[in-house]
Design a protein. Structure first.
Length: 283
């Protein structure tokens, strides 16, 4: 079986590298399980000082793996909802990752789409390539960025999360820096390596036990309880979408056609619609 994640350790610095080029490091259940296993090793390492999450082949992650949702929907019976359950499992993984005691660093090259962007937002430091591509594309598929939503809000704030989600806007590394997705944007691979070395060296100047204690101190258990309730509701909302617009959105994506609801708006249409108001001098 091909290894989906490579894990290397340099003294106390752990490097977790996603390596599934055929799916552009999509966050399939197997990929999530592999990352989770690597993170568990970091969690159990008393000498760990930081963890770096990166994608092989200059590709971070193209996001969630759509998978066979129709089959899971058919398996639903009574109170059992396999789509909501699988969605919620991803949120539980993100919670475990975000709650690591050691500092976490994401290095984003290529793309961080949907769940890939959410995963990066769980990290304490985010270094991006200037030409990297970002987007929250879930709503263009008729579904929700359900389990990543609270982590997006934590890093970006409510207004920016709303704007990016409600428009599906695509943006590059420079804009990611402006929006707060990234802490550093680098132009070349060599510059990325230098920036990563700088961040890890800065972490290396700090007492590792002090860093762990501070991250634990920063945990807000009341907020964590609210987030869990939020993620439970998000999983149900995701499943509802799959039974509604999501089926059409995913079919359109696979068929490489616009979804049935797509409606471009031209400036000329707006002017024509508002022209009578302008004639009457109304605001």
């Amino acid at each position: 079986m091909t290894r989906l994640v490579h894990h290397r350790r340099l003294d106390g610095f752990h490097f977790v590298v996603l390596d599934a080029p055929e799916t552009r490091n999509a966050l399939s259940p197997d990929m999530v399980q592999a990352i989770d296993a690597a993170i568990a090793v970091v969690r159990d390492d008393d000498g760990a000082r930081a963890v770096v999450l990166r994608g092989a082949g200059a590709m971070f992650s193209a996001g969630g793996n759509i998978g066979n949702f129709s089959q899971r929907l058919a398996e639903a019976s009574g109170d059992h909802d396999p789509v909501a359950a699988r969605n919620r499992e991803f949120g539980a993984f993100l919670e475990r990752f975000a709650q690591l005691d050691v500092p976490s660093v994401a290095v984003v090259e290529g793309a961080a789409i949907g769940g890939g962007l959410g995963l990066a937002c769980c990290c304490d430091f985010v270094i991006v390539a200037a030409d990297a591509k970002f987007a929250l594309t879930e709503t263009t598929l008729g579904i929700l960025p359900a389990q990543i939503a609270p982590f997006l809000v934590d890093r970006l704030g409510r207004a920016t999360t709303l704007r990016l989600t409600l428009s599906g806007q695509r943006f590059d590394g420079h804009t990611a820096l402006d929006l707060g997705v990234a802490d550093i944007a680098a132009e070349t691979r060599e510059e990325i390596e230098e920036c990563l070395a700088h961040v890890l060296s800065a972490i290396g100047r700090c007492g590792p036990r002090a860093n762990r204690r501070f991250k634990r101190l920063m945990r807000d258990e009341a907020a964590a309880d609210r987030r869990r309730a939020w993620l439970d509701a998000a999983a149900r909302g995701f499943s509802d979408c799959m039974r509604d617009e999501g089926a059409e959105g995913i079919a359109a994506f696979r068929d490489k056609r616009p979804a049935s609801w797509v409606r471009p708006v031209a400036a000329a249409e707006i002017r024509e619609t508002l022209a009578p108001l302008a004639i009457r001098g109304e605001a």
